[in-house]
Design a protein around this ligand. Structure first.
Ligand code: GLC
Length: 799
């Protein structure tokens, strides 16, 4: 491995003095005497792209990660030249470029240094493969912390760690093991209450050292390609994360059922077993929306085929399951069995769709079916073909969603666990080897899958899952954290990974609940379901080698706890869907680590366990056996204990009681939390009433409820219902204003209002201008009553 210091000053080359400077609109070019060009692009007031060429020669400007919809534009751009530097000034930041070294320094307009080069850009010629190893080193600021970076299974604060990005099939990975399944070369730095982000958009293997090798230096480098990074300034971490997410994109809204509970196992077969699992959910009244078919539904692991002995009539089975509310999700892997009688293999071979080795032969490697070849998804023609393969599976057989696995690509029985590095790829017309295409391969596969599924489930919405991902993959798919293990430590890992992914632009994520490898006991399973209830993707999956992991596989107590939490998930669906809508529309991560939530409070900088679900629900899983509760940090502000209604003051650690049937959940004061009735699956019931849990606050808080048809695309034409609530609590009064938007008519006419923590007894209710009797709204002693969904102002007055 190339480390910064060992080779520093040996093989390294550095830019020297700037001999040429030119500006073309928002692009600035600084050329050094020895042929380095820095291309600096002002993308937004607080977002700058830095690209470096050596030998006066840029590589073609092409990125899979950057979203075509990324925002651009600024309202101020000035340049200045001093004796020693060039200065570029926007309304938010100043960038200094040193005339003698090409090093840069970025400060806010008050002059606070946000980020500065140490050695800055430097490189080493790569004589083995050609090109350069490109490097960047920065000065770590005092008390700087680091976050982000995808799925790293390590402490949320990366300070003192070194990590790398090379998507890897890491069965039964362990804490701190690196790299894993995702490559998201994006980190957030935080110091002096200033947050910024750096996205190093380079698909080669990349490395990041966060003050690990040298205490005051943070560096990142890649085994090839260009030094090409985006700098995003906050100062709020929320802005950094949202701007990064805007840059790399967000998914469309999924069908609402995708946010329900999903049951999976490797593998449910034959049909009889799938049906009996489904039936058991309904018999035991445990809500569930999706059931998964892992690789064993296929004929000898051939993708796009069915094992007709196990599944004689898949279309009928899928329809029958659907009648009972179950959507069927099927797995598709990239490895295509080498078999001259297999149509997919034949088509790919005849059309030259497979990846080839450096010297010409088709690349082969072993996966589940034995010898396989691998479509080159970095070729747009291949993606089109692959998308078309879903026609029969989705449009004719009727599968509802697809799960892409092993798409690192995983190759068995070779030490590298993946394709040989000389394997060739099209890279959308920029031919390259696997060194460059490896990290993006799975993302291009799932992109093709997404396009196919979307086409063939239309007018419904697609739902696609991927295991491997590079930055930007969130535009196409949801994801899970891979092959974890049924241990308490892995419950901790799942919590950290999912939060980290949310900070890294990929919110639609969950873990294999209960653990993929090995077998949890009932307590661990229950605790994991409790955490999973608050993960955007909520699925139990396991290898099946070590016993069953259905909600009823343990004892009755566990089954009841699991049911209770899955029911809570279904009640919270309108809240969760609103979170998704904010993610999709406003780039807001669905889970917020405490440091995101309150970066000013230093106490949050090293917290790992607590997180905010959406904007207003604080959750902290119990991660130890035999616990009757736990200590946790309650962020600043006042919070209502969800279970007891008790109001607690945050800004400190507290012991919170949470026996096996509870985990700590707190609701932010002033929040209005929408709830649906429990359903066995999305759409089972017509929603007759929307429950609004109203948590009193002395002061103002706003809440949002987004709803639409729960599937289909009418929402894009304005058929949605957006309710913004403004709650204003006074000592003896509570005023809720509602602002409505969109043309969708919800099925219910009525809100059921539950008042929580109200410090006075309601004596008078005024809806808009009309005073109504307490009896007419059925307010009888308890703090619960019904009102029309159309009110503009609801005014409650105490005695
Ligand atoms: C991989 C996946 C796992 C799946 C298995 C069999 O290990 O990560 O989820 O069950 O392959 O397809």
């Amino acid at each position: 491995m190339i480390t910064n210091t060992e080779l520093e000053y040996k093989g390294n080359l550095y830019p020297n003095k700037i001999t040429d400077f030119k500006q073309e609109k928002d692009k600035f070019y600084f050329t050094s005497e020895n042929g380095v060009i820095l291309e600096l692009t002002v993308l937004r007031n607080s977002a700058i792209r830095f690209r470096y060429a050596t030998d006066y020669n840029f590589q073609p400007d092409f990125s899979y990660a950057i979203s075509p919809d990324a925002s651009r534009g600024y309202n101020k751009l000035e340049t200045l030249e001093t004796k020693t530097e060039y200065v570029i000034i926007t309304s938010k930041i100043r960038v200094l470029v040193d005339k003698s070294t090409l090093r840069t320094q970025i400060s806010d307009i008050e002059g606070n240094i946000i980020n500065e080069d140490e050695l800055g850009f430097h490189w080493e010629e790569n004589h083995e493969y050609g090109g350069n190893s490109v490097k960047m080193s920065k000065i770590t600021q005092p008390a700087e912390s680091f976050y982000g970076m995808g799925d790293k299974a390590t402490h949320s604060n990366l300070k003192g760690k070194r990590v790398s990005n090379w998507v890897t099939d890491q069965y039964a990975f362990s804490k701190d093991q690196d790299p894993l399944y995702k490559a998201v070369p994006f980190y957030i730095g935080l110091h002096h209450n200033h947050a910024y982000g750096i996205f190093f958009d380079n698909t080669f293997k990349t490395h990041f050292d966060f003050a690990h090798e040298r205490r005051n230096i943070t560096s990142f480098w890649a085994d090839g390609g260009e030094m090409n990074y985006y700098f995003i300034y906050g100062p709020e971490m929320s802005k950094v994360v949202r701007d990064y997410t805007d840059l790399t994109g967000t998914p469309e809204l999924p069908p609402l059922w995708a946010l329900g509970f999903h049951q999976s196992k490797w593998s449910y077969f034959p049909e009889r077993n799938v049906k009996s699992i489904a039936k058991k959910f309904r018999d035991l009244k445990i809500p569930c929306d999706a059931i998964y078919l892992d690789i064993d539904y296929m004929d000898g692991f051939r993708c796009f085929t069915w094992d007709k002995k196990r599944f004689p009539d898949p279309k009928r089975m899928i329809q029958e399951l659907y009648k009972d509310g179950f959507k069927t999700v099927v797995m598709i892997d990239p490895g295509i069995k080498v078999d001259s009688d297999y149509w997919v293999y034949k088509e790919a071979l005849e059309n030259d769709y497979f990846c080839k080795r450096g010297d010409g032969p088709v690349m082969r490697g072993k996966v589940w079916p034995g010898e396989c070849s691998f479509p080159d998804y970095t070729n747009p023609k291949v993606r089109k073909w692959w998308a078309g393969l879903y026609k029969e599976l989705m449009a004719e057989t009727g599968a509802h969603a697809v799960w892409n696995d092993m798409n690192e690509p995983a190759v068995m029985e070779v030490p590298s666990k993946t394709a040989p590095l000389d394997t060739r790829h099209d890279f959308d017309g920029h031919p390259c080897s696997h060194r460059k295409a490896h990290n993006i391969y799975g993302t291009q596969m799932v992109r093709a899958t997404f396009e196919g599924v979307k086409k063939y489930v239309y007018p419904k919405r697609p739902f696609v899952i991927t295991r491997a991902a590079y930055a930007g993959a969130q535009r196409y798919a949801s994801t899970w954290t891979g092959d974890n293990v049924a241990t308490w430590e892995h419950l901790w890992i799942a919590n950290v990974q999912v939060q980290r992914m949310c900070l890294s632009g990929m919110s639609f994520v969950g873990s294999d609940i209960g653990g993929f490898a090995e077998q949890p006991n009932g307590e661990l399973f229950a605790r994991w379901v409790q955490l999973g209830t608050f993960h955007p993707f909520f699925r139990v999956h396991s290898s099946g080698d070590h016993g069953d992991q259905e909600p009823w596989s343990f004892d009755k107590e566990v089954t009841n706890i699991v049911r209770k939490f899955i029911e809570l998930r279904y009640q919270l669906l309108p809240y969760l869907y609103t979170m998704f809508w904010k993610y999709s529309n406003d780039n807001v991560p669905m889970l917020k680590s405490l440091v995101y939530y309150d970066q000013e409070d230093m106490q949050t900088h090293f917290r790992t366990d607590e997180f905010i679900f959406g904007d207003q629900i604080l959750v902290c899983p119990v991660q130890e056996p035999n616990a009757k509760g736990r200590r946790m940090y309650i962020p600043r502000g006042q919070w209502h204990n969800y279970w007891t209604g008790e109001l607690v003051v945050g800004g400190m650690e507290k012991w919170v009681t949470a026996d096996i049937d509870k985990i700590p959940i707190f609701i932010k004061e002033g929040a209005i939390i929408p709830k649906y009735p429990v359903q066995q699956y999305v759409g089972e019931k017509k929603i007759e009433v929307l429950t609004l849990d109203v948590y009193y606050k002395l002061g103002i808080e706003t809440s949002t409820v987004y709803e639409d048809a729960q599937d289909g695309y009418d929402y894009a034409k304005g058929s949605y219902s957006l309710r913004n609530f403004k709650l204003n609590g006074k000592e003896n009064e509570l005023v809720i204003q509602q602002f409505k938007n969109g043309t969708f008519i919800t099925s219910y006419e009525t809100f059921k209002i539950n008042l929580i923590g109200l410090p006075f007894k309601v004596k008078k209710i005024i809806i808009d201008t009309e005073e109504i009797t307490l009896k007419s709204v059925k307010l009888n002693g308890s703090n619960s009553f019904e009102v029309t969904k159309d009110f503009s102002t609801l005014h409650l007055i105490g005695a």
